[in-house]
Design a binder for this molecule. Structure first.
Ligand code: SF4
Length: 284
């Protein structure tokens, strides 16, 4: 499941498909009630995203709560999907509870990258690379997924993203390339950013070649497989799934469960949802 407790972000990427940045943040008590329910229901993986989750005051406590041991079974694997701008001090409080860290890099070309990762004076690409190095050197237990969103503006620099990582020992465990989705801010900017299926496949081919050369596992997200793959819980506690028509809001998470049906696993295509998580964030 993708828990998106915050819409706020310190970037304003034009392809962003997260919740709108001005929606109120989920209160801590609600986030903890959700965490308890997910653990009780045996959810196997939780991706905390947003918005930018490192802006949450209670992030470290939430990660600890989700990942703490459960009697008789494994707790959910916790993934933090962050833009990488948080300080090392913030990250060090969170890293101990994580199975995976998901970081973004959009292009080997500085200009292309800056056009897509907008809204911060901080040098975003350098901050991501510094954090990646730190995690690879000093937090080997945490695995890393690098994500690259393919838009019309980075078709040239995206396949060369791994070239930014000099040392093989700093490379991510998984590199995932995403076809830009026309959802939320991505819908607002679809006219100048969207890539068609054919053009996307050409980029994927180049990424595959580069990934093989560097020995990194490549995963690909295509818009055609989005239906049934996701189960989001938004800052307002609404459950959001994706079907052919795009994102569909189903209602309040707790009300849906109280009504008896549908249960969380019935709200997605279970095999596609599971495959999406397990292939992106494989176990040992
Ligand atoms: S894509 Fe991520 S980093 Fe960019 S604005 Fe959206 S939530 Fe923030």
């Amino acid at each position: 499941m993708d828990l998106r407790p915050i819409g706020r972000c310190n970037l304003s990427c034009p392809f962003c498909f997260g919740p709108r940045h001005d929606v109120p943040t989920m209160p801590q008590a609600v986030a903890f009630r959700i965490a308890a329910k997910l653990r009780q229901e045996g959810v196997q993986g939780v991706v905390i995203s947003g918005g930018e989750p490192t802006l949450l005051r209670y992030l470290a406590l939430l990660v600890e709560e989700l990942s703490s041991p459960l009697p008789g079974r494994f707790p959910p694997r916790v993934v933090l999907s962050t833009n990488g701008l948080a300080s090392l001090k913030v990250m060090e409080r969170v890293l101990p509870g994580l199975s995976w860290l998901a970081l973004p890099l959009e292009s080997a070309d500085e200009k292309e990258h800056r056009e897509l990762r907008t809204g911060s004076a901080a040098p975003h690409r350098k901050r991501v690379l510094d954090l990646l190095k730190e995690v690879r050197k000093n937090h080997r237990r945490v695995r890393v997924k690098l994500g690259t969103v393919i838009t019309r503006r980075n078709v040239s620099g995206a396949p060369r993203v791994l070239d930014l990582i000099e040392e093989d020992s700093w490379l991510p465990d998984v590199w995932k390339v995403y076809q830009m989705s026309e959802t939320n801010y991505g819908a607002d900017n679809g006219d100048w950013l969207s890539v068609g299926d054919e053009e996307f496949e050409e980029v994927v081919e180049k990424c595959q070649q580069r990934a093989e050369e560097r020995g990194v596992t490549l995963r690909v997200y295509r818009n055609s497989t989005r239906t049934g793959s996701y189960f989001f819980i938004d800052p307002d506690c609404e459950v959001v799934v994706v079907d052919e028509g795009g994102e569909r809001r189903l209602g309040n998470f707790f009300s849906l469960l109280e009504d008896g049906a549908p249960r969380p696993a019935d709200l997605v295509l279970p095999s596609r949802n599971m495959e999406n998580f397990v292939r992106t964030y494989p176990d040992e």
